[in-house]
Ligand binder design. Structure first.
Ligand code: SF4
Ligand code: SF4
Length: 272
């Protein structure tokens, strides 16, 4: 099970952020004016499990026309402006490095294929934080433990949809079996291309990508970097098995050398 977030219908209302906080008891994360459009949290963190990005661009969407002529207005006289709004979340990676490095078993894979951190087991070691290729998981100030989206483990276990998907008025956030969501997403991209929105593309949908596909994937209207997403994420623990193999090999060679040296020393000592 997972999320498909279709950013082409997001209206930036932040109902998802509010519903997530409300249901999961996530503390307030600063209500400062950041100067970044209508974004007052700026990114995902221990106290922001859904983050709605606002990206302002001088660019029309597809064949759309702004219908407003700003030519005589002060400034650069731009006639086209658009907002890209996108509700970001933990990707619930198929190969999740956060889970690989957790020494306590606090992070685990659920029966729904999602990745959940258990706050009563987390010891605050922080290993998972640099391991996440998306910079999602984070330690809470004054608490030290790691927190992130659970894909509403308690709700989905009771047959309900996650709070953010339930609250989204435009169905920008959709929850369901990943195969069905992927099919729906591919049709939506086709539809947008037919409407002239050529930049529409999927992100995180491919099970052959560097993290084995995301349990939370997106339809974007520009390059991933524009949204602050890595263009080609790779599971950071990918090389661990070969590192352990080479370390084991090196240790065996070293041990062999030491044993041979002792044996040789013993033989020469015996001749004296
Ligand atoms: S996005 Fe980061 S925190 Fe979420 S499952 Fe993947 S590695 Fe873990
Ligand atoms: S609730 Fe839906 S439309 Fe509103 S900001 Fe979140 S994703 Fe966008």
């Amino acid at each position: 099970m997972g999320f498909f977030t279709d950013t082409s219908v997001c209206i930036g209302c932040k109902a998802c952020e509010v519903a997530c906080k409300e249901w999961n008891g996530v503390p307030e994360d600063g209500l400062d004016f950041t100067g970044m459009s209508y974004d007052n949290t700026q990114g995902l963190g221990a106290d922001t499990w859904r983050h709605v990005a606002f990206i302002e661009q001088d660019k029309p969407i597809g064949n759309a026309e702004s219908g407003i002529d700003h030519a005589g207005a002060p400034g650069n006289g731009a006639t086209d402006m658009r907002w890209l709004m996108a509700s970001d979340v933990c990707k619930h990676c198929t190969h999740a490095a956060c889970l690989d490095v957790c020494p306590t078993g606090s992070l685990f894979r659920t029966e729904f294929g999602t990745v959940v951190v258990q706050e009563d087991i987390c010891n605050g070691c922080g290993y998972c934080i640099p391991a996440c290729p998306y910079g999602v998981i984070d330690q809470r100030k004054g608490d030290g433990r790691a927190w992130k989206c659970t894909l509403c483990y308690d709700r989905i276990g009771a047959g309900r949809e996650p709070a953010c998907a339930k609250a989204c008025p435009t169905d920008s956030i959709q929850y369901g079996p990943l195969d069905e969501l992927r099919e729906r997403a591919a049709l939506r991209v086709e539809q947008l291309h037919d409407l002239g929105v050529e930049d529409a593309r999927l992100y995180g949908h491919d099970p052959n990508d560097g993290v084995g596909g995301d349990g939370a994937f997106f339809l974007l209207l520009d390059e991933p970097e524009v949204y602050g997403l890595p263009p080609d994420p790779v599971v950071t623990t990918r090389d661990l098995p070969s590192i352990w193999k080479h370390t084991g090999l090196a240790a065996a060679v070293l041990l062999g050398g030491i044993t041979a040296a002792f044996a040789a020393h013993g033989r020469s000592g015996g001749r004296r």
